[in-house]
Design a protein around this ligand. Structure first.
Ligand SMILES: C[S@@+](CC[C@H](N)C(=O)[O-])C[C@H]1O[C@@H](n2cnc3c(N)ncnc32)[C@H](O)[C@@H]1O
Ligand code: SF4
Length: 436
């Protein structure tokens, strides 16, 4: 990939500024004093997101909502998760795919199996994706999930022993050599296995990155994902104290190296590559615009509204046991901001069929984002032809940067709701401006 031109640099800066401005105006959350039930649109097949907030180890770069694993706590939680599933089934929700995220979703296999079986029984779900760390992927264990999990995403993060030691994963999940062996044994048991890596760690060199790319490819997994390191207020100090500070930002250069080395792979989206094109390649945000989140700390995006579930486990359990919705806050996006969100999540996969997109989302993309589409075309981020929008190479980096900003924005939501005792006396909160 060529170095970024002055115009492309300006476009990147402006796009990030614009996304942050949108987050500032839209993330004006109402803290709900009474339970609010989200009703489905009967014409939509949603994606079901279930959050499993437990880990044995806490990694310094990770801001996802989680608690230290305790078997009794987890059993009670999974039971409530199944109860919540029954509640939304009664409300009439329809789902054709499910994403189980964490945390560590395979942390209690018996409970996860019961939960996935119930999801399949209640809904017409034909695809289930789960995330795991490398300590729950022994072949005998994975075989138990045949016919249940269609795509397993395994967090490796890096094959560099020094990085693994610094983030506390070497002792827990093994050295680079151990990881390669574990992964080689784990692939081809479930239909799709994905290896998740992070790039642009402080002090990561080009050689370290190339070693990660080569080892990841040598495993022959169906899919490889390279996330750019995301730093938010929740994680930046822990990242600096374990991995050090970055004196130079290598993100674009390293992304170019990754792109160059995955030329022979199919591009699922701006950060994920597949050996072959498959319908299971979508990341949970891309192409699944409307999703309902269940579980503690889950988010939902339904009809242009964002809903946030109780983060506190006791509160979550109490709400479900009282047959209430788990939602504790929400905000409505303006119709233009909804379209911008839908556009970003769709173009992230590299391609938009405009008629299909308009029809699915009941919008008019040209009319709503005319100026934005023209600007993106002028800076060389997209090409528009025959009612199709296609992303260029520069576009791919732009979407990756914007998606990263979006996730960092969501970390601000997590930072506020992590300790929801502080929200007791608030009725409205602007996530970005908040000092909490
Ligand atoms: C929610 S984690 C669950 C993975 C699993 N528990 C594990 O540790 O292997 C899913 C993936 O998000 C990615 N991730 C987490 N924090 C990140 C960060 N700060 N920047 C970039 N990627 C991150 C990691 O690649 C991780 O494997
Ligand atoms: S990366 Fe995985 S194991 Fe580490 S804290 Fe995040 S969810 Fe837990």
């Amino acid at each position: 990939m060529k170095p970024l031109s002055i115009v492309q640099n300006l476009a990147l800066k402006y796009a990030k500024y614009s996304l942050n401005r949108s987050l500032k105006t839209q993330l004006n959350l109402d803290i709900l004093q009474n339970s609010k039930t989200k009703l489905p649109d009967p014409n939509i097949n949603y994606m079901l997101y279930a959050h499993i907030p437990f880990c044995h180890t806490f990694c310094p770069y990770c801001s996802f909502h989680k608690y230290a694993y305790d078997e009794n706590l987890a059993k009670e939680y999974f039971k409530n998760l199944r109860q919540e599933m029954k509640q939304i089934h009664t409300l009439g929700y329809k789902f054709n795919s499910m994403y189980v995220g964490g945390g560590t979703t395979l942390i209690n296999e018996d409970e996860l199996i019961k939960t996935l079986e119930l999801a399949k029984k209640l809904f017409n779900i034909d695809e289930i994706s789960c995330e795991s760390d490398p300590s729950h992927i022994k072949p005998a264990n994975l075989k138990r999930f045949k016919g249940l999990i269609s795509r397993l995403s395994i967090g490796v993060q890096s094959f560099n022993d020094d990085i693994l030691k610094r983030v506390g994963r070497y002792e827990k999940f093994g050295s680079s050599v151990d990881l390669v062996n574990k992964l080689k044994n784990a692939i081809n048991i479930l239909p799709v296995t994905s290896i998740d890596l992070i790039f642009n760690f402080p002090n990561q060199t080009k050689d370290m990155l190339l070693n990660d790319i080569n080892l990841a490819k040598s495993i022959e997994a169906q899919q490889i994902t390279f996330y750019p390191l995301m730093k938010s207020n929740l994680t930046k100090d822990k990242i600096a104290s374990t991995l050090g500070n970055s004196y130079k930002d290598n993100e674009y250069e390293f992304y170019s190296i990754i792109e160059e080395n995955f030329k022979d792979y199919h591009k699922n989206n701006a950060w994920s590559y597949a050996k072959e094109k498959s319908s299971l390649n979508d990341e949970y945000v891309s192409s699944k615009h409307e999703y309902l989140g269940i579980g503690s700390g889950g988010f939902s995006f339904l009809g242009g509204e964002l809903f946030i579930n109780a983060f506190n486990l006791n509160k979550y359990n109490e709400k479900i046991q009282n047959q209430q919705s788990s939602v504790i806050a929400n905000c409505k996006f303006s119709s233009k901001e909804r379209v911008k969100y839908l556009f970003l999540t769709e173009i992230f996969s590299g391609f938009i069929d405009i008629d299909k997109f308009n029809q699915t989302n009941n919008i008019n993309l040209y009319k709503t984002l005319n100026l934005e589409l023209n600007l993106l075309r002028l800076v060389g981020a997209i090409k528009i032809q025959n009612n199709h929008i296609e992303s260029t190479q520069f576009g791919r980096y732009l979407w990756l940067s914007l998606m990263k900003e979006f996730y960092i924005g969501m970390d601000k939501v997590r930072a506020i709701f992590k300790d929801d005792a502080k929200l007791k006396n608030s009725s409205k909160i602007n996530v970005i401006k908040s000092q909490i």
